[in-house]
Design a protein around this ligand. Sequence first.
Ligand code: UDP
Ligand code: MG
Length: 338
Amino acid sequence: MAGATGPLVFPPRMGYCSPAMTSTPRPAVSVVAPCYNEQDALPEFLRRVGAVLDGIGGSSEIVLVDDGSRDRTWDVMAEAAGRDPRIVAVRLMRNHGHQLALTAGLSVCRGERILIIDADLQDPPELLPDMMALIDQGADVVYGQRRQREGESLFKRATAAAFYRLIARLTDVQIPPDAGDFRLVTRRVLDVLLAMPERHRFIRGMVAWIGGRQVPLVYDRHARVAGESKYPIAKMVRFAADAITSFSVVPLMASMTIGWIMAALGFGFFIYSIVGWWGGHTLPGWTSLMAAVGLLGGMQFLMLGIIGAYLGRLYDQSKGRPLFMIRDIVGGQHGGPP
Ligand code: UDP
Ligand code: MG
């Protein structure tokens, strides 16, 4: 069972490295997968990832993070970790969401190179050897770029495309379009990523921000092997809002621009009405009054909303709470008391 006495938190308060973890050499590759209700996908995932790692040879580990699943995901992964010493199963205290579950796995993994992949096999682990070759040639990050997305609705593809175009316009960071978190990164890049303390994490953007040599590898995205997408529309909207507010202040600036335009219009309207009154031909004016009230009211609420979105995230960050809490770690070098 877990090598720690209490829940493990990030950023580490008490440290979660047992002496065994720090003294043993790093595996050449870590595969890290967040899992939420993936009991049906996991066996096939482990079979395919295992086969790829066997093909590469050398030391490796597979870090699976159970993000507070409601199904038998934890049992499946803990049992696998008992069978295969390569597998490390991490259980979070509750559901923290994809990006934080991934962060938990990344903070536990120990490899020299780290493959980030979803457990649903939409992204083929068989690309790992090609990604390794590109890192051998000097890349710091090799990210999968989707050419085709099988088994995903037109709606999902259209919103994803619109989202990547929007974020490209809103920020100076070169966030590659049509790339998810599926990527191989070096330990150097991962250590920088883990040193970034932000709570609302948009990991693919944060990796892009780090820089270095980032190389795409084009591939076709498949349908899930089992289960259904854990990204319903509400989560997608939240994810997009986190991405935009973490990487761009353009919406805050936009509210300023809109504010100036509205103020100018309002002033023009004020002058117009005074002149009209002076000339003695004022109208009952209900329509224009209501139009102005409606327009200004709407704009003010919009701007307050934008300010609120940033303020809320600032508030969340200022609380300084841990990003995630680990309940158990089974397998790998992590077992046994520290
Ligand atoms: N996931 C997670 N916690 C969540 C939601 C999703 O750990 O709250 C995992 C999920 O098990 C999968 C990955 O994140 O391995 C991506 O989720 P999903 O495949 O549902 O997203 P999609 O591919 O539909 O965008
Ligand atoms: Mg998926």
